[in-house]
Ligand binder design. Structure first.
Ligand code: ZN
Length: 263
């Protein structure tokens, strides 16, 4: 039997000693519970039953919560943040997740007034802007952002090809000239949202759009000022050129007023 599985004592709801939660893990659970209560405004019913099932791979805690019982998994899937998924209709960040988090870290400890740490995971930052849990599709999109950020190191120069999955409904077979367009940022992106800003700009240049739920996120977490300034100058240069070109081509045209009517 796996050492990860809980003893009968703990199955019966006894203290969690065998989980050996590290202080940092307790802090993460407190922060997660606080996020669910205060930011999402969740209020679980009193006395919801928790039956701990297993701690798997050391980074996930699974339990049955409530009646009818839902299977809840809390995990450290992204850095030092806890995320929760559930079999209920809400799918994630629900009352069942809250009940389990507060079961693992007793409420007295949770109410000591700990300050929620600066959200470090992309999902947590986006949730804090949207003030609601992410849908399954949105989570998948954020996972995609994270995955691209992880691979950035392999590319000395990114192209639209690498960030193509971040476009909404892109054409199945775009031309090479689209995929080869550079994705540029004045300094290397330091997180997934910064990477997304660079991707968004490159995708917009080839007339591809990014999903609407990211608009609020883009406003709350704008690109670094140095990027905005560099991009502003780039844009000014491009549109000044266009204005000059347009002015030249316009001057070749006869003004409308001078066009002579056919006899
Ligand atoms: Zn649930």
């Amino acid at each position: 039997m796996s050492a990860d599985l809980l003893s009968h004592r703990e199955r019966a709801g006894m203290p969690m000693s065998e989980f050996k939660l590290k202080p940092s893990e307790r802090d993460d659970l407190v922060a997660y519970a606080k996020f669910l209560r205060e930011t999402l405004g969740l209020q679980p019913e009193l006395g919801m039953r928790v039956q701990l099932e297993a701690r798997t791979r050391g980074r996930e805690i699974r339990a049955l919560v409530g009646r009818p019982a839902q299977t809840v998994t809390l995990g450290w899937w992204e850095d030092d943040m806890v995320d929760g998924v559930c079999t209920c209709a809400a799918e994630s960040d629900c009352v069942h997740c809250l009940v389990l988090a507060e079961h693992l870290v007793p409420v007295q400890e949770a109410s000591k007034g700990k300050v929620i740490p600066a959200a470090s995971s992309t999902t947590a930052r986006i949730r804090s802007v949207l003030k609601r849990p992410l849908s399954k599709e949105e989570r998948a999109y954020v996972d995609q952002m994270e995955a691209i950020l992880r691979t950035v190191g392999f590319y000395t120069r990114m192209t639209v090809h690498q960030v193509y999955p971040l476009a909404v409904d892109p054409p199945k077979s775009p031309g090479y000239e689209v995929l080869a367009k550079p994705v540029e940022s004045p300094t290397p992106p330091k997180d997934a949202i910064e990477l997304w800003h660079a991707a968004r700009r490159a995708l917009a240049a080839v007339r591809l759009r990014t999903p609407a739920f990211m608009e609020e996120v883009a406003t709350a977490f704008p690109p670094p000022p140095v990027w905005v300034e560099a991009w502003r100058q780039e844009d000014v240069k491009v549109w000044m050129e266009r204005l000059r070109r347009d002015a030249n081509s316009l001057s070749l045209l006869q003004p409308w007023s001078k066009v002579t009517e056919p006899p």
